[in-house]
Ligand binder design. Structure first.
Ligand code: DOR
Ligand code: ZN
Length: 347
């Protein structure tokens, strides 16, 4: 019999861009209505590089929450070549940081202050290993000679493998994985200290979506969508039941003008329909019974946090995804799956 309603423990989003100011106020309600907690990315301008900045940003987020919301932002530190190990230790001990984010310099949006070489942050990584603070990695090679579609696979061998060997107890999340190579890499690590987030777009689309009948900037994100075989491998990984994979939307709002330009920004605004999208994938894969672990259990366990206590319910009732979110100043943000119909509604 077809399942008509599904109730699960409330999910968390382990990879989210909330931005700041008007944009924050516009996009936050979507995440607050879906997730209990979210790991908030620090790639603001300027980036969040100190505990003081993280606390101030958290206060701005909490101040922008809809009344009555129980959403908890988990803050991250943007690692630079000059990040002090003492700042990391003190920020983690004080609860200002839940994790630190490694952007290879130049890999993506606002990554220009990122890390130029792992050697530069050796003492920071040693401290993180000691205190059990997760390192969240944007895993793409920045070598300009590497093809854009090969950057993740290249990073695994050139950077991640040696990093894991050098820090055998460091907890690492390989963020928004996009390839069969990355899924296999994570599955092969049996230590339990390596995990990965997977976005809804990488489960639903391959790279053809960016070029369907013309160039489609709203399917452009980083790491970029890959071939079909990678999408299929990611779907197998997410629905495998392995505790190493969990939900991270990488919802990354940019206003439509910034995306529809001669040099359009990377990022897909998926927050309003992320759970419905993931659920659709799990149902297509005949893995509804594994959805709760992926969405609500695995991430919390990896981070050493208690699972959420409340639940959410989906009804089998088609929902049409709105085209866009409008800001008070007239800017618009196009939504992931704009205009499409999804089979599930979030109660
Ligand atoms: O598509 C992306 N957008 N990938 C990233 O790594 C950054 C993000 C953003 O901040 O816009
Ligand atoms: Zn991201």
């Amino acid at each position: 019999m077809t399942v008509q309603t599904l109730t699960i423990r409330r999910p968390d989003d382990w990879h989210l861009h909330l931005r700041d100011g008007d944009l924050l106020r516009a996009v936050l309600p979507a995440s607050a209505s879906q997730s209990g907690r979210a790991v908030v990315m620090p790639n603001l301008k300027p980036p969040v590089t100190t505990a003081e900045a993280a606390i101030a940003y958290r206060e701005r987020i909490v101040g922008a929450l809809p009344p009555g919301s129980a959403f908890t932002p988990l803050m991250t530190c943007y690692l630079c070549d000059t990040t002090a190990a003492a700042e990391i230790r003190a920020g983690f001990d004080a609860g200002a940081f839940a994790a630190a984010k490694l952007y290879p310099a130049g890999a993506t949006t606002h990554s220009e202050y990122g890390v130029t070489s792992i050697d530069r942050i050796a003492d920071v990584l040693a401290v993180m290993q000691d205190i059990g603070m997760p390192l969240l990695i944007h895993g793409e090679s920045t070598d300009p000679a590497v093809d854009v579609f090969d950057r993740e696979a290249a990073f695994l061998q050139a950077t991640l493998r040696p990093l894991l060997a050098r820090y055998p107890r460091l907890k690492v999340v390989l963020e928004h994985i996009t390839t069969a190579e990355a899924a296999d890499f994570v599955l092969c690590d049996i230590s339990g200290r390596l995990a990965a987030t997977i976005t809804p777009q990488h489960l639903m689309f391959n790279r053809n979506a960016m070029f369907a009948g013309g160039i489609r900037p709203h399917y452009y994100c980083l790491p970029v969508l890959k071939r079909e075989r990678h999408r299929l491998a990611l779907r197998r990984a997410a629905t495998s039941g392995s505790p190493a994979f969990f939900l991270g939307t990488d919802s990354a709002p940019h206003d439509t003008q910034a995306k529809q330009s001669a040099c359009g920004c990377a990022g897909i605004f998926s927050a309003p329909v992320a759970l419905q999208a993931y659920l659709t994938v799990f149902e297509e894969e005949h893995a509804l019974d594994r959805f709760e672990a992926f969405a609500s259990d695995n991430g919390a366990r990896f981070y050493g946090m208690p699972p959420n206590q409340d639940t959410i319910t989906f009804h089998r009732s088609p929902m049409q995804v709105p085209e866009q979110l409008e800001l008070p100043d007239g800017r618009r943000i196009r939504q992931f799956l704009a205009g499409e119909t999804l089979p599930w509604t979030l109660a």
